[in-house]
Design a protein around this ligand. Structure first.
Ligand SMILES: CC(C)(COP(=O)(O)OP(=O)(O)OC[C@H]1O[C@@H](n2cnc3c(N)ncnc32)[C@H](O)[C@@H]1OP(=O)(O)O)[C@@H](O)C(=O)NCCC(=O)NCCS
Length: 185
């Protein structure tokens, strides 16, 4: 029987962490690259939260949420990101990713986030829209070295506007360049 569980990163049981890391190594090889550690168990006050759809020992679907401060206009917003959304192939098209993304989105909506972002291929526009996310087609999100940042232009940008402050920054987020840090989400 499937169930969703959530864990702070450093509290994910090792057998489940291995299943997350194994998927990530194949789908997004640049994330772990050639490193020889599977999981970072150092406790952090701002630890990412992992959402797992499980059937007993088996990981079906996953998403993670983390956050960081980002300068937007003349203010700092608490920007959350949704990443590493996946369903193991045997379980696809069963609605599992949608349930995991809804749980992660609910977590963001009840957090201290101002705004949240995710980056996805165009075919997933509807998938995330039905989970409450909005496409931000005119947004220009930059990452990498701050002095010479790279425009994230290979993916659809989607956002959630969570707080009053975040909603007030909607225009700026959609029209002005925003640098989010060394990596996106
Ligand atoms: C994208 C992915 C997470 C979807 O997982 P899933 O468990 O099959 O998704 P769901 O069954 O919850 O799908 C929900 C809806 O999205 C649609 N959908 C799912 N994957 C889709 C895709 N690749 N393209 C277009 N629509 C898709 C489904 O058809 C379904 O629509 P419906 O409700 O109208 O039938 C899965 O295909 C995957 O792991 N892909 C590889 C990793 C990846 O690309 N992750 C996304 C990173 S942003």
């Amino acid at each position: 029987m499937e169930e969703i569980r959530s864990y702070l990163k450093h509290e994910v049981p090792r057998d489940l962490a291995c299943q997350i890391a194994s998927y990530v190594r194949i789908q997004w090889p640049f994330l772990l690259d050639r490193g020889n550690r599977l999981w970072d168990y150092s406790p952090r006050p701002d630890a990412p939260v992992h959402f797992l759809m499980l059937d007993d020992e088996v990981l079906i679907s996953h998403a993670s949420v983390n956050h960081r401060p980002v300068e937007v206009g003349h203010q700092t917003l608490n920007v959350y990101g949704l990443s590493a959304v996946f369903t193991y192939p045997a379980f696809r098209k069963g609605g599992f990713a949608q349930r995991v993304v809804r749980a992660a989105t609910q977590h963001i909506l009840s957090s201290n986030a101002d705004v949240a972002m995710l980056f996805a291929g165009q075919p997933l526009r509807k998938f995330y829209t039905v989970c409450g996310w909005e496409p931000a087609d005119s947004a220009r999100i930059y990452y990498g070295e701050q002095e010479n940042p790279t425009l994230k232009d290979d993916n659809l940008v989607m956002m959630l506007f969570v707080s009053e402050k975040g909603r007030a920054a909607r225009e700026i987020l959609q029209s002005q360049p925003v640098y989010v840090g060394k990596q996106t989400w």
